[in-house]
Design a protein around this ligand. Structure first.
Ligand code: AKG
Ligand code: FE2
Length: 348
């Protein structure tokens, strides 16, 4: 199949050509005229103990209310005690860094095809007037197995494929626990989200690389967006900040807490929770000095399943806010690149 003609940001930097116009943001109204790299306060999100969340002791109940508070206020928590070892998480970071450090020709072996999101490349270009994000990425569906496109799974660095497979398997119990904990924190039957989630729920992974940028005041790493997932497990860079969340029209920096997993609510959970848990808008800013990497895991519900607010969360006092949606992911990709929030299309 024909490969798209693109230059990744890493190639652009290496070519020394200077900064193309296409990366320069025109003023955007939600940053209230602030330079993109202005300093912002840190958000006060709690670290939640995943093990404790499912325990019925007093401490477990307290943990559930901490979860409820954080997800309704920010839509984000740091999760500790998730059962994935520090050594293993470090291996994921190391392999991701090594992949992006490979020569261009090697990475291009995994370049995505036109019309396919899976594979290696720069920001997806969907229209001529789109302002591009300062990001290169490798996007892979890792579960279920019949949706994997193994030709995009890097052969080098050695062990990448196996580790990725192992990581996906290790995440399954974390995902299941988190779905159950969210249900319990909303006083729902603990399997209700998992049942809506469906057997063929998909897990997508995005390895993100943000090279150092000559104009962090005018160029963005990832434009403001909410995730189209049920929720996202994120390993943000361990040393380099840049991830910010929007709350009440103000940006806040996500703290770096090594070896925790940052979990943010996605649009699908916002719909299922009838808006109680928020899918937060977030962005990534760039900096002049350091590259930044992150690894995002998106839990996507089976696209054929209908998603709607859980009955127990609709009442006279809390009217139903969202329509029933199907194939949300397709709708998502179209709106996302046009800078619109796809979830608005689901509002009643
Ligand atoms: O790089 C990050 O920290 C966040 C990436 C992100 O928001 C995404 O991949 O959806
Ligand atoms: Fe995101």
């Amino acid at each position: 199949m024909e490969k798209p003609k693109f230059k990744t940001v890493q190639e652009l930097v290496a070519s020394g050509e200077g900064l193309p116009e296409r990366y320069i943001q025109t003023p955007i109204d939600d940053n209230e005229g602030q330079p993109l790299n202005g300093s912002v306060p840190e958000m006060d999100i709690p670290a939640i103990d995943l093990n404790l969340l499912l325990s019925s002791c007093e401490a477990g109940r307290e943990e559930l209310s901490k979860l409820h508070l954080a997800l309704s206020k920010w839509g984000v928590v740091q999760v500790m005690n998730h059962g994935i070892t520090e050594v293993f998480l470090d291996k994921i970071y190391k392999l991701t860094k090594e992949f992006f450090a490979l020569p261009t020709e090697e990475k291009q072996k995994y370049a995505r095809d036109i019309g396919n999101v899976q594979g290696y490349g720069n920001d997806m270009i969907l229209s001529d007037d789109q302002i591009l994000d300062w990001i290169d990425r490798l996007f892979l569906t890792t579960y279920p197995e019949d949706q994997q496109q193994l030709k995009f799974w890097p052969q080098v660095p050695m062990g990448f494929k196996e580790t990725l497979h192992e990581y996906t398997m290790m995440q399954q119990p974390v995902i299941e626990h988190f779905f159950k904990a969210m249900a319990r924190s909303l006083e729902l039957e603990e399997n209700c989200f998992l049942e809506m989630h469906g057997q063929n729920a998909r897990i997508d992974k995005r390895f993100n690389m943000y090279p150092p940028c000559p104009r962090p005041d005018k160029v963005i790493g990832a434009k403001p967006h909410g995730d189209g997932s049920a929720f996202t497990l994120l390993l943000p860079d361990k040393d380099v900040e840049g991830l910010q969340f929007l709350k009440d029209r103000k940006w806040y920096e996500a703290p770096i807490v090594p070896h925790t997993i940052l979990i943010n609510v996605g649009d699908l959970m916002e719909i299922m929770s009838n808006g109680i848990y928020k899918s937060p808008v977030h962005r990534v800013v760039t900096n002049r000095e350091s590259e930044r990497i992150s690894v995002a895991t998106f839990c996507i519900l089976c696209p054929e399943k209908e998603i709607q607010p859980i009955e127990g969360l609709v009442s006279e006092a809390r009217q139903r806010l969202y329509k029933t949606v199907k194939k949300y992911v397709e709708l998502y990709f179209d709106s996302y690149q046009q800078g619109r929030r796809p979830i608005e299309a689901a509002l009643i």
